[in-house]
Design a binder for this molecule. Structure first.
Ligand SMILES: NC(=O)c1ccc[n+]([C@@H]2O[C@H](COP(=O)([O-])OP(=O)(O)OC[C@H]3O[C@@H](n4cnc5c(N)ncnc54)[C@H](O)[C@@H]3O)[C@@H](O)[C@H]2O)c1
Length: 340
C-alpha cells in the first residue's frame, strides 16, 4: 500500500483526494493546507474549470496546516503537490529530500531554473518525480495520439487545438490571476495543449505567438494563439481564460490528415467524431474515466511496480514549460522564436 500525503487541498488537491479513494494500492493518510478551513473534517468543496465539486470527509486523515510538520510526522511513500505553481519546486524538493516520491501538478514550475532544480534533486535522491500532465491521459487525446502514431489519419495537413475558459476565480488569494505566481493563462492553461502537441507531434523547430490581455498587467498572457512551425503540416493552438463568466469551459481539437479528420469538442454531442475521407462518420471508442483519474492510476501503478513513469518524464514536462516561455518571448517581440 502506497501512503500518500497531499499538500494543497484546493481545487486540484480535492480532485486528487476523491480519485485516490477509488484506486487500489494507495491510501491518502495525510492532507495539508495552510488554510485550516480547507482541511476541516468536512471540508467545503471547491469548483474549478473541469470535474465534479464533491464534499470531502477528511475525518480519517491526519491534517496539517504546516507542510514541514506533515513531512516530519508522517511516514509517506509519496507527496502529491497541489499548491500554487510558484511553490511547486520548493515543496517537491523538500519531499524528495525527505525520501518521498513526488507527483506534482502541472505546470512543472514557474521558472526553468525551478524545473532544473526539481530534476536534479529527483536524480540525486533516486525518487520518482511525476508531473501531472493530464491531457496525455485524457481518453479523447489518447485516441488522437494513437491515430497519429498508427498512421490512421494518413499524411497530416493541419492540427488545431483550443482551450478557453472564464477566469479561474476559485484560487486561494486569487493567485492564478497573478501572472508572477501562475504564469497567466499561457503557462497555466494553454500548457496542456503545448504538452500534448510536443508529446504527440514532436518538438517543432520554432514558434510564432500573438497574445492579448484583458485583465493582467505587463506581459500579454491572458489569451494566446500560437503557430508551431513544423516543416510539413500546419499546427495552431489557441488558449486563454479571458472569456466571460457564463462561457462554458471548452477544450477541443480538429486534426486533418489525408484519410480524414478527427474532431473533438466538449461542446459537441458526440464529443469525439472521426470523419473519414471515404465512408460514414463514427465515434471512436475511448477509454473510460478522465485524464485526472487515468494519470493518478498510472502513477500509483508506477510506484507499485517500482517503475519510473515513462509516459511523462520530468524532462518532457520541463520541455513544455520551455516552449511556453519561448511563446511568451514571441508574443512580446512579435518575432519567430527558434526552439533548441
Ligand atoms: N491539471 C489540471 O487540469 C489543473 C487544473 C487546475 C489547477 N491545476 C494546477 O494545480 C495546482 C493548484 O491549483 P488549484 O486550482 O488547486 O489552486 P487552489 O488555489 O484552489 O489550491 C491551492 C491550495 O494550496 C494551498 N496552499 C498554498 N500555499 C501552501 C503551503 N505553503 N502549504 C500548504 N498549502 C498551501 C492553498 O491554501 C490552496 O488551498 C496549480 O499548479 C495549478 O496549475 C491543474
Amino acid at each position: 500500500m502506497n501512503r500518500i500525503g497531499i499538500v494543497g487541498m484546493g481545487f486540484m488537491g480535492q480532485q486528487h483526494f476523491a480519485i485516490y479513494q477509488g484506486l487500489d494500492n494507495v491510501e491518502v493518510v495525510a492532507v495539508c493546507d495552510k488554510n485550516p478551513t480547507k482541511i476541516a473534517e468536512a471540508a467545503p468543496s471547491i469548483g474549478g474549470n473541469i470535474g465534479e465539486a464533491t464534499e470531502l470527509d477528511l475525518s480519517a486523515q491526519a491534517r496539517y496546516v504546516c507542510f514541514d510538520d506533515m513531512l516530519a510526522k508522517e511516514e509517506l511513500d509519496c507527496v502529491d503537490v497541489c499548491v500554487p505553481t510558484h511553490l511547486h519546486a520548493e515543496l517537491a524538493v523538500a519531499a524528495l529530500e525527505a525520501g518521498c516520491h513526488v507527483i506534482s501538478e502541472k505546470p512543472m514550475a514557474r521558472t526553468l531554473e525551478d524545473c532544473d532544480h526539481m530534476i536534479a534533486v529527483a536524480e540525486a535522491t533516486a525518487r520518482m518525480l511525476f508531473i501531472a500532465q493530464c491531457i496525455r491521459f485524457w481518453p479523447e487525446y489518447e485516441a488522437l495520439a494513437d491515430m497519429l502514431s498508427s498512421g490512421e489519419l494518413g499524411r497530416l495537413a493541419t492540427a488545431k487545438f483550443t482551450r478557453q475558459s472564464p477566469p479561474p476565480t476559485w484560487a486561494e488569494d486569487g493567485w492564478l490571476l497573478d501572472p508572477g505566481l501562475s504564469g497567466g493563462a499561457m503557462l497555466d492553461l494553454h500548457i496542456h495543449d503545448v504538452d500534448f502537441i510536443l508529446s504527440a507531434l514532436g518538438k517543432p523547430p520554432a514558434v510564432l505567438s500573438q497574445a492579448a490581455n484583458l485583465f493582467s498587467e505587463g506581459n500579454k498572457v491572458d489569451h494566446v494563439v500560437t503557430s508551431y512551425l513544423y516543416d510539413d503540416f500546419v499546427c495552431v493552438a489557441e488558449g486563454g481564460w479571458a472569456m466571460p463568466g457564463a462561457f462554458p469551459f471548452e477544450m477541443g481539437f480538429q486534426v486533418l490528415g489525408e484519410k480524414g479528420v478527427l474532431d473533438f469538442s466538449l461542446a459537441k454531442q458526440p464529443m469525439l467524431t472521426f470523419y473519414p475521407s471515404d465512408g460514414e462518420p463514427y465515434s471512436p471508442e475511448v477509454a473510460a474515466g478522465t485524464g485526472y483519474e487515468r494519470e493518478l492510476a498510472y502513477f500509483v501503478e508506477c510506484m507499485e511496480n517500482d517503475q519510473p513513469p515513462e509516459r511523462v518524464t520530468a524532462q518532457s514536462a520541463r520541455e513544455s514549460v520551455a516552449v511556453v516561455m519561448a511563446e511568451q518571448q514571441s508574443a512580446q517581440t512579435g518575432e519567430v522564436v527558434e526552439l533548441d
